[in-house]
Design a protein around this ligand. Structure first.
Ligand SMILES: [Zn+2]
Length: 271
């Protein structure tokens, strides 16, 4: 599944190329997760002003309205200089004066949704409950600390829920908690200021590094089999059950938390 770093890497791969381009034509294939929410004609003639990201959504700002794109479980975007006939899993083309933005999505959990503005109900429904952006200046330390303090769930589950901070998926949560020396099962509310600060810094570090490395699964982005990627190959604990910790040599352990595997070093992450 494409995680936030992959979505950010995708954004950077075409944002500059498409900015300023005018939409010539739109192709819609089989239905995606949600309907487009406008006639195709609404998009034709519009200019792509910028490409932003919010959580795992890409926001194509047009000179009127915006398009929200989500890659779902298996989606990938390509920006091609010229139009090629769509394959069986190509379900959306935005044909512009600069090239063609194409969504390939075999499982069709992805989405392309038009909204008249970011304040429109469709956009609010999708973006309104997202937590802070870990890679932006909006990632506020005091809000983060307050969010942990006010939560009774385990710290790993709080991170992964996406309400406090977005995009900290399983691998990133596991790695950030390792760097901060915090056990994944620890109650978020019981983490003191010093440790919370370490975790905050670790999240920034892990997410930035993941983007730098092109995400965890990008190599297999289109096949979406989620196997070893660039970031994962340098993981300290994630996927390393029974293997010695890089720091202390203790065997890494795995526990199940809310259907997900959590990995930790019992010595480096005592509590
Ligand atoms: Zn260790």
């Amino acid at each position: 599944m494409p995680e936030l770093p992959e979505v950010e890497v995708t954004r950077r791969s075409f944002a500059q190329a498409i900015e300023g381009a005018r939409v010539l034509r739109v192709f819609l294939g089989k239905p995606l997760r949600w309907p487009l929410g406008c006639e195709l004609d609404t998009l034709v003639g519009r200019v792509v002003v910028s490409v932003r990201r919010r959580g795992k959504y890409l926001l194509l700002d047009l000179d009127q309205g915006l398009v929200l794109l989500h890659l779902g479980m298996s989606g990938s975007l390509r920006f091609m200089p010229a139009e090629l006939p769509p394959g069986p899993h190509d379900h959306f083309d935005l044909v512009t004066t600069a090239g063609v933005l194409r969504l390939n999505d075999p499982r069709r959990f992805g989405a392309v949704v038009y909204a008249a503005s970011e304040q429109a109900p469709t956009a609010c429904k999708l973006l309104g409950r997202l937590g802070m952006e870990p890679l932006s200046d909006d990632f506020c330390w005091s809000d983060f600390q307050a969010g942990l303090r006010g939560s009774r769930a385990s710290v790993k589950q709080v991170l992964m829920a996406g309400r406090l901070v977005v995009g900290v998926g399983n691998i990133y949560a596991s790695e950030a908690l390792f760097l901060a020396g915090i056990r994944p099962t620890t109650s978020a509310a019981r983490i003191g200021a010093v440790r919370a600060r370490r975790l905050y810094e670790a999240i920034r570090q892990v997410m930035a590094r993941a983007v730098e490395r092109g995400g965890s699964t990008l190599r297999n982005f289109s096949s979406a089999d989620g196997s070893v990627g660039h970031f994962q190959s340098e993981a300290h604990v994630y996927g390393r059950e029974g293997v010695p910790c890089h720091t202390c040599g203790t065997l890494v352990r795995m526990v199940r938390q809310g259907q997900r595997s959590s990995y930790f070093c019992p010595r480096c992450q005592r509590t």
